[in-house]
Design a protein around this ligand. Structure first.
Ligand code: ATP
Length: 211
């Protein structure tokens, strides 16, 4: 598949392809944006929905920034990106955030004429075998896995693993992580190489992560 999108030439009857890219986004960083942009082009998506988690259940600790701050930072990060939107479905839903619920809610919102492509980094995809109702999830979307530095390719997965058979693309391989960014911010470092300017200004204005 080429890198240039050809949405305009596609048949009118084609269903809209919507990428669903969830994350804690604590904070959102250039690694996230690079893989979302890559997925948009490479999978010829019509739109990427960025979906900040309300209460991620696989993590030992709660996110450092509130859901409202993480939602706002995500909006700032994509405000000049025409093919990106931010969804608050996981922030408004009560309780732990399960991706299967995200897809059910988005299905209700977007109706019949769309197909969802779940976009995941390789580390998240590997964890899918511990996700809630993963069989149901796999019926609601296709899965596109993007490589991440330090993570192995998704080979040798058992056929019963929910990521088995998912499309894998290496992608831009930017070595950025939110955990490392939070430490750098707390240490007073400049993080403009890894975070969009508007997000960094928001972090500093609101004193997030000890910045
Ligand atoms: P942390 O460092 O705390 O684990 P994170 O940087 O992975 O955070 P998340 O919000 O947990 O950020 O990630 C959301 C999604 O983005 C996940 O699917 C994750 O695999 C993917 N992801 C994050 N950073 C990268 C990266 N640099 N390359 C590829 N995928 C990434």
């Amino acid at each position: 598949m080429g890198l240039s999108g050809n949405a305009g030439q596609r048949s009118e009857a084609r269903r809209r392809l919507i990428g669903v890219f969830g994350g804690t986004f604590d904070p959102i960083h250039r690694g996230h944006l690079a893989i979302a942009q890559f997925a948009l082009q490479e999978a010829e998506l019509d739109l990427v929905l960025m979906v900040p988690a309300g209460r991620p259940w696989l993590r030992d600790e709660a996110p450092m920034a509130s859901a409202e701050h993480r939602l706002r930072m995500t909006q700032l990060a994509v405000e000049n990106e025409p093919n990106f939107e931010v969804s608050g479905v996981d922030v408004v839903r009560e309780g732990a955030t399960y991706t299967v619920d995200t897809l059910v809610d988005l299905g209700d919102e977007y109706g019949e004429d769309v197909e969802f492509v779940l976009v995941l980094g390789a580390d998240s995809a590997r964890q899918m075998d511990s996700w809630e109702r993963s069989d149901e999830l796999r019926r609601l979307c296709s899965v596109l896995v993007i490589g991440r530095p330090g993570e192995e390719r998704l080979e040798n997965l058992a056929a019963s693993h929910p990521a088995y058979g998912a499309r894998y693309l290496e992608g831009p391989m930017l070595d950025v992580s939110a955990t490392r960014l939070r430490s750098r911010l707390a240490a007073g470092e400049d993080v403009s190489d890894s975070v969009p300017g508007a997000v960094e200004r928001y972090i500093r204005k609101n004193g997030l992560y000890g910045a």
